[in-house]
Design a protein around this ligand. Structure first.
Ligand SMILES: Cc1cc2nc3c(=O)[nH]c(=O)nc-3n(C[C@H](O)[C@H](O)[C@H](O)COP(=O)(O)OP(=O)(O)OC[C@H]3O[C@@H](n4cnc5c(N)ncnc54)[C@H](O)[C@@H]3O)c2cc1C
Length: 295
């Protein structure tokens, strides 16, 4: 027997319209999976040695690869927009730089020509690199079904490792990011086992922007992956930072708070205690970096 058997057999179908998707999903039920870049799905099918009988390619549906931005409405990213199309987009580089930074850490360049933002979000991996960035920009997922569109925040969407709040007849259509506050600065730090496109042991996105209404004169948002069943924000730490002068001591205390909140599990990539300490270190590094940019 081969150590790595090939893909199980499946039938490929290309959806042309939303109605096609509704019809196929209804007809095939659990024997059908939606396909975008396939960079998560094919690996899972290969490793399990079994898969759905049908893969429905939804990349070509209207609007699925579109990226649009205006200052009033913010950014709309079709679920099938590739990570390379995000990281080279001028509006994203200007207004949503953490999405670009995070995208550039995923796998390698060739992979990012296939891998999509929607696939990264729908796969709901706790270590997904796009999650912390999507969280600090208050991403909203827009899902489609025969009943029309509905919107969910990311913390409503991710319900556990590999699990989303999608109903059986729903699929992800686009992700909406409101316009970030003026003069926002951001960073994404990822720790992997190697620099050659490894999954995150810890990833931390930090966004900061001036806010004269806060005692600190600034607000921070922090998104963290790989250290809980889903990626998450740390509102208690963000509130603490807004109330306090942004000295090194305060930033370090905030990073320790984030470490205490994190709840990693031991796995083949790192021990839990190491991950917790890396949460502290990367949060501190990210906070200091954005504080300097805002000065
Ligand atoms: C070598 C390698 C390295 C990688 N490195 C990283 C890394 O460093 N960081 C990282 O975060 N990820 C990494 N990944 C994982 C993967 O590349 C990303 O998660 C990618 O963004 C997934 O997008 P995709 O379009 O390929 O998704 P797909 O594989 O097409 O789909 C992912 C899941 O979403 C479902 N789905 C697809 N479309 C929809 C839809 N419209 N609505 C609802 N559900 C849908 C699929 O059925 C599947 O369950 C790596 C993968 C490989 C193979």
């Amino acid at each position: 027997m081969l150590a790595r058997p090939g893909l199980p057999d499946f039938e490929y179908i290309k959806a042309e319209t939303f109605q096609d998707v509704f019809d196929w999903m209804k007809e095939k039920g659990d024997d059908l999976k939606l396909l975008m870049g396939g960079t998560d799905l094919f690996i899972q099918m290969r490793d399990r040695g079994e898969g759905p009988g049908f893969l429905l390619d939804v990349k070509g549906l209207p609007g699925m690869q579109e990226i649009s931005f205006d200052r009033k409405n913010g950014l709309k990213v079709g679920a099938a927009a590739t990570l390379n199309s995000l990281s080279s987009h001028p509006n994203l580089l200007t207004y949503y730089s953490i999405l670009c930074q995070a995208a550039d850490t995923v796998g390698n360049y060739q992979l990012r020509n296939l891998a999509t933002l929607g696939g990264n979000i729908c796969n709901a991996s706790p270590s997904a690199d796009m999650s912390p960035a999507a969280l600090v920009y208050d991403g909203i997922v827009v899902v489609e079904s025969p009943r029309g569109e509905r919107e969910l925040s990311l913390d409503q969407f991710w319900v556990g490792p590999g699990k989303t709040a999608l109903e059986k007849d729903e699929f992800l259509k686009r992700i909406h990011f409101p316009t970030p506050p003026d003069k926002a600065a951001g960073s994404y730090y990822k720790l992997g086992r190697s620099k050659m496109g490894d999954l995150a042991i810890v990833g931390v996105a930090v966004l900061a922007f001036p806010d004269p209404n806060q005692p600190a004169g600034v607000q921070f948002r922090i998104g963290i992956n790989s250290t809980a069943p889903t990626a998450y924000r740390v509102p208690a730490v963000e509130e603490f930072l807004a109330q306090s002068p942004t000295t090194d001591e305060i930033l370090y205390k905030a990073a320790e708070m984030a470490m205490d909140i994190s709840a990693p599990i031991e796995d083949q990539r790192a021990t839990a205690i190491y991950q917790k300490k890396m949460v502290r270190n990367l949060v501190y590094k990210g906070l200091k970096e954005v504080r300097e940019i805002l000065k």
